[in-house]
Write a protein that binds this ligand. Structure first.
Ligand SMILES: [Zn+2]
Length: 343
């Protein structure tokens, strides 16, 4: 039931350049000798000297102190970071190793939201798979992922997804090369619009529903014709909530949790038709961010996957947006570079 969004604020971040700097300092000392140290201590202001330097900075200082400014790392210049890993164990462990304990766990969660559209997580992420991620750290928020490139032993393919906000759209979404959305959409969707699906049944977290991240107040609709069975039970955990039982047919049950305050008209026994407005999404109960938890059940205990139960389709960018998207793909591909974790 709980969205289990990343908790930010772990132990202090480790300096990923530490070992590299150490090596280049040794090389630099060998090449430039004591002179290098004198130059460095004399020329570099204290505030800069106290910061960590990259291997490139240290190397350039050692060889050519009078040279023009060091060319900036394009990934850094774009305000991003890159993580390149090869899977040898759990995804989170590898990302923590690559990016530090502060951002790694949250980054693993955000990246998983793209991987689940290609393979089952964690079972189908295999030893030897490689992953390249472009992301941005944000204070008190989960990192923003701009691009994911995943080489899968399970599918034998290289999968890619890019964050892109089409002109006129409220939300950025993830698209694959060619301009199709990464995520599938549901026909008779329980929610009109949303930013991202942040949890699926197949993401390995034992979660029983699909979480749609959406601003409070987004329209929630009946995915099938049925009767409202109950509302607002287990309020502390579920917040405002509705259970809808399908009329006739399969007799499925749909649960909608963490809603905004329900209209008085929503009462047990109320009949609704497919697509009828039921409520608005909210952030009530055990919820860490505005979202809808949508869960389908059969009988007492059988949990159904909404992506099996609904007909699905994949939306595409409109033609007028494709050139802009392709330019963004090229930019991000340039920043992703060649996979250093690759073969
Ligand atoms: Zn949920």
């Amino acid at each position: 039931m709980r969205p289990n969004l990343p908790t930010l604020g772990g132990p202090p971040k480790r300096n990923p350049f530490g070992p590299v700097v150490a090596v280049s300092v040794i090389l630099g000392a060998a090449a430039g000798g004591v002179w290098w140290w004198k130059q460095r201590m004399a020329d570099v202001p204290m505030d800069v000297a106290s910061q960590s330097v990259t291997a490139q900075d240290a190397g350039t200082l050692a060889q050519a102190p009078a040279a023009p400014p060091v060319p900036t790392d394009p990934v850094k210049a774009a305000g991003l970071e890159r993580a390149s890993i090869r899977i040898e164990g759990p995804l989170e462990t590898a990302l923590v190793q690559a990016t530090g304990a502060e951002v790694g766990p949250a980054l693993a969660q955000v990246v998983t939201r793209t991987l689940v559209w290609w393979v089952r997580v964690p079972g189908e992420i295999l030893r030897g798979d490689t992953l390249d991620v472009l992301f941005q750290r944000r204070p008190n928020e989960e990192p923003l992922v701009y691009a994911v490139r995943f080489v899968s032993g399970k599918t034998g393919q290289t999968h890619r997804a890019y964050r892109f906000q089409p002109a006129g759209e409220t939300n950025a979404r993830y698209y694959v090369p060619g301009g199709d959305e990464l995520e599938l959409r549901m026909e008779h969707s329980p929610i009109d619009s949303y930013e991202q699906i942040t949890s699926l049944l197949r993401d390995g977290r034992g979660h029983k529903g699909v979480d749609f991240r959406a601003p409070v107040g987004t329209t929630i609709r009946a995915p099938f014709a049925g009767v409202i069975k109950r509302k607002n039970w287990n309020f502390g955990s579920n917040g405002n909530c509705i259970e809808l039982v399908e009329s006739g047919g399969k007799g499925r049950r749909a649960l909608f949790l963490h809603l905004a305050e329900l209209p008085r008209t929503v009462q047990a026994g109320m009949r609704v038709s497919t697509g009828q407005v039921l409520a608005q999404s909210g952030n009530t109960g055990h919820s860490f961010a505005p979202h809808l938890h949508y869960q389908l059940m059969l009988g007492e205990n059988r949990v159904l996957d909404p992506f099996d139960q609904h007909k699905t389709f994949r939306a595409s960018l409109v033609a007028s947006q494709k050139a802009t998207f392709e330019a963004e793909v090229q930019r991000l591909d340039g920043l992703l570079g060649t996979s250093v974790a690759g073969k």
